[in-house]
Ligand binder design. Structure first.
Ligand code: MN
Length: 323
């Protein structure tokens, strides 16, 4: 066991709750408040394990994150090892990033490796680093998946934009009410292994389709009909949504509290940030953010909507649902 796999004595009472995050050095400062809020809302009677999958994460950042460990919440680090699946993803991203696609980063695809890399778990949770817990994540873990492979929330940002609705229905052949956001996923890891998810995903990636939200689009297409819908409370998106009763907030897409002042529930993010060693980093990040950067970000979203509208003009779906 490496010094970074900080062991805590697991309470025997219930199964450990494994929560996966996938980050690089530039995401460490956002992940820290997320992990802190998870620990703050964890049930003291249960054990949790935050498992961080990374490619480039400095020793310094690993130590800073590891120092957040608590009595019932362990923190582990796993470096992504090169393999043929990763090679397919890296090639695709290298090609796509050349055309300005900001989703073309391998780190966005690492959640697809969880089932394959962690054979010791039958069930697990993936969360984005731009989330904050306001309830006990153990309750999400307890949700019964029935016959489904995963549970996730239908994407409210897609459902609110006619161009995106058109895109998912025509280009992906997924009913828009079933198209889920991949920022919070409860996974039946046994089923994901049985379905050979990673093989199916990389087979589709090899077809080299131009998509709006690749990792999320693949998830929706491959697992179509095998996804349980999560309630809003587990992926509540404060921009434009009421947060009453929410247990997990997701600062999805443009309105990040580390960039903007007027963010609904931003104070919850900053309160969590204060409990970490990354508060100063986040303050500096905010100070560096300029109106030009905000404009650029808005332009990116606009371009994404236009891309969706363009891709919806297809006669046949872009991806074939694998058998
Ligand atoms: Mn997100």
């Amino acid at each position: 066991m490496s010094i970074f796999n900080t062991g805590v004595k697991l309470l025997k009472k219930t199964k450990v709750v494994p929560v996966f995050l996938t980050i690089t050095d530039d995401y460490a400062k956002y992940a820290a408040p997320c992990i802190h809020s998870l620990m703050q809302h964890a049930n003291p009677e249960r054990s949790y394990r935050v498992i961080i999958m990374y490619d480039k994460l400095s020793l310094k950042n690993r130590i800073r994150l590891r120092n957040m460990v608590t009595k019932n919440c362990a923190i582990e680090f796993h470096k992504m090892k090169f393999n043929l699946y990763l090679q397919v993803i890296m090639r695709y991203c290298a090609k796509r990033s050349g055309s300005g696609d900001f989703f073309a980063r391998p780190v966005y695809y690492y959640r697809a490796f969880i089932a394959r890399m962690f054979l010791q778990y039958d069930k697990g949770i993936y969360i984005d680093s731009d989330t904050i817990l306001t309830g006990d994540i153990g309750e999400l873990f307890d949700i019964d998946l029935g016959e489904n492979a995963i549970a996730a929330r239908p994407d409210p940002k897609v459902a609110a934009v006619p161009e995106f609705i058109d895109y998912v229905e025509k280009a992906l052949d997924v009913p828009h009410r079933d198209y889920i956001n991949s920022g919070v996923i409860l996974m039946d890891l046994k089923k994901m292994r049985k379905l050979h998810y990673i093989t199916k995903m990389t087979d589709l990636i090899k077809e080299d389709a131009d998509l709006v939200a690749p990792d999320q689009d693949y998830l929706n297409v491959i697992l179509k009909g095998k996804i349980k819908h999560l309630d809003k409370e587990w992926n509540c998106q404060p921009e434009g949504e009421k947060v009453t009763g929410a247990k997990l907030l997701h600062f999805n897409l443009s309105k990040k509290p580390w960039y903007h002042d007027d963010v609904n529930c931003g104070e919850l993010f900053w309160r969590a940030a204060k409990g970490t060693g990354f508060y100063g980093d986040l303050m500096r990040e905010k100070e560096k953010y300029t109106p030009e950067m905000a404009e650029q970000s808005a332009a990116q979203i606009k371009a994404l909507i236009e891309k969706g509208a363009g891709l919806a003009q297809v006669k046949e779906p872009l991806l074939k649902t694998p058998e």
